[in-house]
Write a protein that binds this ligand. Structure first.
Ligand code: HAM
Length: 410
């Protein structure tokens, strides 16, 4: 019996791994352009790192974390997101001594969600964080970075930026209380799922997809009625900069994000090309989180994007047509062939042999792989210590010595 992969996980190969690597390359290049340094953290962490910061009543903590007790009796969790591990690492390694501390990382996350298109139990995230500045410039920079990455990778896809503000932490606390009162008074009009959140996570009722909930939400208090002038200024500054840069956005009052640590600016890049799992990138500010995790009282802003969701929208990566195939006509000639095989690979050519001493078969493999050249090694080549190089497009072929091969192929 074949051993199945775990539900919600997948193997990456062929075109999918090519897309994954292309995304990583683009991330590295954009990170470099905006001066973010790479920070990799372990895949598992102490469970305490996640419980409180993500929200004890958040879906991720309540239902989705892979938490287990290891043989030493410690409670460990496979990271469900990257922001908290990055902050833990920044505090532990004294990276917050020079501010702003701008870091990024790419890697697997784990959430035990119900698998569907675009939603997996192990998935890969791109994550960018800027620790240590309150300046709205940082919100704009991080949005710009996301926007550039998506337009480079998905130039043909329609993607919309949605933004909102949640105000500062104390306003948000008051707002949550108001929401609880309002939804409690009208609880008979709410879906069962939303009813369960009235006292624990009222903010999340605002992004309910249930039609009855949506009607009631239209009458619910909105954060803008509560936020103070400093928060308004921050939000206005972000919006003005986006306007100046001609970056289109939609203000979305119901945008609250799923994790508890957010305040001020929150944003999501969404597409209509993916079905219900339509958020490619999501993020925002989390002033106060670094302190909660034992660091200095520093603000922060960042985002994460789902690699699988981006990859699903990318065109197939083109085949490598520059490869050079080998036709070795007999085992006797293999060591002579290896000289060219080694030299070409050292010079960054992609070399391939099908492990069959058969000219016809090697030629046919080379043609179906759309190789550019075939290097043929038979009796004559072996005796003369040379190599036949056949251009597969023009069918021209010449006998070359080893020193000529590289310059000819280049
Ligand atoms: P998040 O919204 O939970 O935010 O996830 C960010 C992105 O990861 C989503 O928009 C989606 O593209 C991808 N994603 C999430 N869950 C799955 C899944 N089960 N399968 C496939 N893709 C998924 C965060 O994780 C925050 N830490 C983002 C952040 C960084 N905020 C500030 N800094």
């Amino acid at each position: 019996m074949k051993i199945q992969p775990i539900r919600g996980t997948h193997d990456l190969f062929g075109n999918e791994i090519k897309k994954y690597n292309q995304i990583k390359e683009e991330v590295n290049s954009i990170a470099n352009n905006f001066n973010f340094s790479e920070l990799q953290t372990p895949i598992f962490e102490s469970s305490n790192l996640f419980f409180k910061p993500l929200g004890e009543q958040s879906d991720v903590v309540l239902k989705e974390m892979y938490t287990f007790v290891d043989r030493g009796g410690d409670s460990l969790t496979l990271r469900p997101e990257y922001t908290t591990p990055m902050i833990r690492a920044a505090i532990f390694n004294n990276l917050l001594n020079i501010l702003p501390c701008k870091v990024f990382g790419v890697g697997p996350m784990f959430r035990r969600e119900r698998p569907q298109k675009g939603r997996y139990r192990q998935f890969n995230q791109i994550n960018f964080e800027n620790f240590g500045t309150e300046n709205p410039f940082a919100d704009v920079e991080i949005i710009l970075l996301a926007k550039n990455l998506l337009s480079n990778l998905l130039p043909k896809i329609d993607i919309k930026l949605q933004i909102n503000t949640l105000g500062d932490r104390s306003t948000l606390k008051k707002f949550k209380k108001e929401l609880t009162n309002f939804f409690n008074k009208n609880s008979q009009l709410l879906s069962k799922e939303s009813k369960n959140k009235i006292f624990t996570n009222p903010l999340r009722i605002l992004d309910s997809k249930n039609e009855d909930d949506k009607k009631l939400i239209l009458q619910a208090p909105v954060i803008k009625e509560f936020i103070n002038s400093k928060a308004v200024d921050h939000y206005d500054s972000v919006k003005n900069s986006l306007n100046n840069l001609n970056i289109e956005y939609i203000e979305q009052n119901s945008l609250v994000r799923g994790l508890d640590y957010y305040c001020h600016t929150v944003f999501e890049f969404k597409t209509s090309s993916l079905g219900s799992q339509d958020t490619l990138i999501g993020g925002g500010r989390y002033d106060g989180l670094i302190k909660t995790l034992g660091g200095k009282d520093l603000p922060g802003v960042g985002w994460a994007g789902g690699i699988e969701r981006i990859a699903m929208l990318m065109d197939d990566v083109k085949l490598n047509t520059s490869s050079i195939h080998f036709a070795i006509l007999d085992e006797k000639f293999k060591d002579h062939a290896l000289v060219a095989y080694n030299l070409l690979s050292k010079n960054n050519f992609s070399v391939y042999w099908n492990f069959k001493y058969n000219l016809k078969k090697s030629l046919s493999t080379a043609n179906s792989a759309q190789a550019m050249y075939l290097v043929i090694i038979g009796e004559d080549e072996f005796n003369k210590k040379k190599f036949t190089v056949k251009n597969l497009k023009s069918s021209e072929q010449t006998l070359e010595d080893i020193d000529n091969i590289i310059s000819l192929l280049k």
